[in-house]
Write a protein that binds this ligand. Structure first.
Ligand code: UFG
Length: 344
């Protein structure tokens, strides 16, 4: 494209690189959505998942390779045989509570597993990775909205396991020309009814699916504390639609495929909603009362986590398209009802 024209088109549109991309953890919640959107954009995908927490039915059979990240040799062979050009790395355990009970599990699965993957990539000569990091890297932030320059201060082993992996990536960038985009997610939620995909964790610990389940079953959900320093006393989070989050990965991987430098971005909407606001949204969308009880604070919950994602918007041209909370809840509700019908 002539340079004069390139001025009028963002980098993303100057060169569409359709590539072979390996997605680890592609049978999980965010991974399966990203696999779907990668294909919608014309990329081809291979999924590596050990199915310990993912769902076989979330991935077409011909794309799934059931493999452990710790198996460096098999990963190296796969990367070479499939001529993979970039990796999007989701595979990880994500439960904050579990990480405080079994920290070793998180450092082994999340940090050592990532290192094994990066070693395999180096051996196979694949040097581009998008890594799923987390707002938990910031701990209890000094300032909200949170920008990427706030320091690492995780308050649980889950957050620390991700911070350690981010640091490995910084060193690999510096000394091994290994390029990465680290995406720090805020609260992923919602579903893609058009793709038949949605949130399924076992056990479920996340707020929106638990509230939807309370509406379905009549069994109350517990609101963890209403004495936080927020306007209604309940915790505030930045709820980002999983499809918007998935699309951020497309921008990130295409940035790397186009020769872009390593970088780090927050992925959120920039708007926060309290637990009580989420309850109200579910009541609007479902037309039903949410049964809930008030409980004590949950250990390790910061009062407010809201992203400043202006860097991602400015540098890569990403924008959240489904930021309306009622829309997020409506998509989650549609998926939860479909699961209920399938289970009965
Ligand atoms: N909550 C309740 N009752 C519940 C579950 C949650 O009141 O039964 C509250 C929590 O206290 C919190 C809010 O709802 O204030 C959201 O809780 P989630 O468990 O849905 O999500 P978290 O904010 O704890 O964590 C999520 C991801 C983490 C990630 C973090 C970043 O699970 O991996 O977002 O913001 F690090």
């Amino acid at each position: 494209m002539p340079a004069a024209l390139a001025v009028f088109f963002p980098l993303r549109y100057t060169r569409r690189c359709l590539a072979k991309i390996l997605v680890t953890g592609g049978a999980g919640y965010i991974g399966s959505h990203t696999r779907y959107f990668l294909e919608q954009h014309g990329h081809s995908v291979i999924v590596v998942d050990n199915l310990s927490r993912g769902y076989r039915e979330a991935v077409p059979d011909n794309e799934l390779r059931v493999l452990n990240l710790q198996d460096t040799g098999k990963l190296t062979d796969l990367l070479q045989q499939e001529k993979v050009e970039a990796v999007i790395h989701f595979a990880a355990y994500i439960s904050v509570g579990e990480s405080t009970q079994r920290p070793e599990l998180y450092f082994s699965n999340n940090t050592a597993g990532s290192l094994s993957l990066f070693e395999a990539m180096l051996q196979a000569g694949v040097k581009r990775v998008v890594f799923s990091s987390t707002a938990a890297a910031y701990g209890i932030p000094d300032r909200v909205p949170i920008s990427e320059d706030q320091p690492f201060a995780p308050i649980n082993p889950y957050g620390e396991s991700k911070v350690m992996t981010e640091k490995i990536l910084e060193w690999l960038d510096r000394f091994r020309e290994f390029r990465s985009v680290r995406l720090r997610y805020f609260n992923a939620c919602g579903a893609s009814p058009e793709a038949g995909l949605g949130e399924m964790h076992d056990p479920e610990t996340h707020l929106i699916p638990l509230i939807l389940r309370a509406v379905q079953t009549g069994k109350p959900v517990t609101v963890f504390g209403d004495d936080y320093p927020t306007p209604d006393g309940t915790c505030i989070r930045d709820y980002i639609h999983v499809s918007d989050l998935a699309e951020a990965h497309i921008f990130a991987v295409e940035h790397l495929l186009n020769g872009g430098a390593s970088d780090v971005f927050n992925v959120g909407t920039g708007s926060g909603h309290s637990v009580k606001e989420v309850v109200a949204s579910v009541e609007r969308v479902t037309g039903k009362k949410v049964p809930f009880t008030l409980g004590p604070r949950r250990e390790g919950d910061p009062p407010s986590l809201v992203a400043d994602s202006s860097k991602l918007q400015k540098n890569l041209g990403w924008k959240p398209k489904r930021a309306d909370l009622d829309q997020i809840v409506a998509d989650g509700w549609q998926f939860a009802n479909r699961r209920l019908i399938e289970a009965s």
